[in-house]
Design a protein around this ligand. Structure first.
Ligand code: NAG
Ligand code: NAG
Ligand code: NAG
Ligand code: NAG
Ligand code: NAG
Ligand code: NAG
Length: 407
């Protein structure tokens, strides 16, 4: 990948904007408080979910020009993308009493998009044209998903050696809580944007992934017969992500945006070993957890990343104490305790252990674990189930009716 030269430089206003958005994202949840969580569950009857929650599938042909290849994904969901951006605009207006922040977005995000490598730069142009959102808004959209997903990911292997990878995507604190509807506002706007994408090249399926329409990176995906990947954000190291964005704006471009790195790995890494090597060693804008599943017995690991090149830690399935048949990762370093107000790890592990390998290492078992409060919570937007050996990726839109955990 070639990164573009330092020009155009980005203004002070842009740096201010990123700082403000970052601070707002931390402050917003406190403004309207959701109710306290009920006790932890381990359900057994959530699978199969209602058919109308199945996320639809669309196709991206990598042989088409970047500007038009997202048409099938974006065009049918353009109104939903505009509704989300409208909500965001309104939120900023309510908070600051003016349109000035959003006007900065419209102007200043454009030069940021120009600093991205191809094909991303042209794809963002294309998404903008297809959605009738400004290039600034589309770029903001993409930067945002990089920084704020909270999630639970699980790798598992059944007794016959079949590998599974499942995840909940939790996203929503940012726009605040809807008291009337007892839901996170942004999660309500994201669910209609969900779409699974099949990426083709030369007439062949290259990889599969689950997306919010308009986001061109990958947060959940699989390369048939080779590897599966999910990304969880690393909360404890959050301040580092801001440093990465600021460095990028200042012109230090020898690092990967998350979505750029994951797209490149799914598109071009040919096997598990190569994917692991790249995900562990590429320099990144933000710290993150990569949950990487393989195709063979005991293949699979959680890569805990700092920004600098080289992995902070690679946690192999084989090293997972008395349960090498699975690994479960949320948003905290596996060698430390999770934040007590956000402990999805303890209940998730307890549920896996209670079900045991025979029940849990399957689509139905994993879906049930991921449907148990607080692993399932008000932030959960989708649950994805992956099987690398038969190239299966299915995703379901999730709701969590009251009483439910807020996160
Ligand atoms: C903005 O404020 C209006 C009026 O108080 C309110 O109805 C609306 O829900 C708010 N929107 C957001 C996104 O905060
Ligand atoms: C696209 O955006 C332009 C400018 O905001 C507007 O005039 C036009 O009606 C929009 N078209 C659609 C199909 O939304
Ligand atoms: C909150 O939920 C109510 C009831 O579903 C809905 O009418 C309203 O538009 C929602 N508010 C926002 C800001 O989305
Ligand atoms: C209100 O919440 C329900 C269930 O959580 C959801 O299906 C719906 O989209 C929400 N409505 C609005 C307007 O956000
Ligand atoms: C994957 O490799 C091809 C061929 O070298 C290149 O054109 C493409 O941009 C790469 N994809 C990504 C996402 O880096
Ligand atoms: C695994 O070890 C933990 C403590 O190290 C224990 O609590 C748990 O019961 C063990 N699980 C099994 C299935 O043996």
């Amino acid at each position: 990948i070639k990164f573009s030269p330092l020009q155009p430089t980005l203004s002070t206003a842009m740096r201010l904007l990123v700082l403000s958005l970052f601070c707002l994202s931390l402050a917003a949840p406190r403004s309207a408080q959701p109710p306290p969580p009920p006790t932890a569950q381990c359900v057994a009857d959530a699978y199969p979910p209602p058919p109308d929650t199945l996320v639809p599938t669309a196709r991206v042909n990598l042989d088409e020009p970047p500007a038009t290849r997202w048409r099938q994904v974006v065009a049918p969901r353009a109104a939903g993308m505009r509704a989300l951006l409208g909500q965001f605009r309104q939120f900023l207006f309510n908070l600051t009493g003016s349109d000035s922040l959003m006007n900065i977005v419209d102007k200043e995000m454009v030069p940021l998009s120009q600093t991205l490598p191809e094909p991303f730069r042209s794809e963002l142009d294309g998404v903008s044209a297809l959605s009738n959102l400004s290039l600034g808004e589309v770029t903001l959209f993409n930067v945002f998903y990089e920084l704020f997903p909270l999630c639970t990911s699980i790798l598992a292997e059944d007794s016959s050696g079949r590998l599974f990878h499942a995840r909940n995507m939790d996203f929503g604190l940012f726009l605040g809580w809807n008291v009337t509807n007892s839901s996170w506002i942004i999660a309500d706007y994201l669910r209609p944007l969900l779409v699974n994408v099949e990426f083709y090249r030369g007439g062949r399926l290259v990889f599969l992934s689950s997306h919010y329409a308009g986001y061109i990176g990958v947060l959940t995906g699989l390369r048939p017969h080779q590897f599966s990947l999910s990304v969880n954000s690393r909360v404890s190291a959050k301040t580092q992500s801001l440093a990465g964005v600021v460095e990028w704006l200042l012109g230090i471009r020898d690092q990967y945006w998350l979505g750029v790195a994951t797209r490149a790995v799914l598109e071009n890494a040919t096997d598990y070993g190569q994917a692991k090597q790249r995900l562990a060693n590429w320099k990144l804008i933000a710290p993150v957890y990569f949950i990487l599943g393989g195709a063979k017995h005991l293949e699979g690991c959680v890569i805990t990343r700092d920004r600098a090149a080289g992995a902070a830690d690679i946690w192999e399935r084989a090293a997972a104490g008395n349960h090498s048949w699975y690994l479960l990762q949320t948003n905290y370093d596996h060698w430390k305790s999770p934040n007590p107000i956000d402990n999805r790890r303890g209940p998730g592990n307890a549920c896996m252990a209670k079900k045991g390998q025979d029940e849990a290492a399957s689509f139905s078992g994993l879906f049930n674990v991921l449907s148990s409060i607080p692993v399932l919570n008000k932030l959960t937007v989708y649950t994805a189930l992956m099987r690398v050996d038969d190239a299966t990726l299915v995703a379901y839109r999730r709701q969590c009716p009251d009483p439910c955990a807020p996160w």
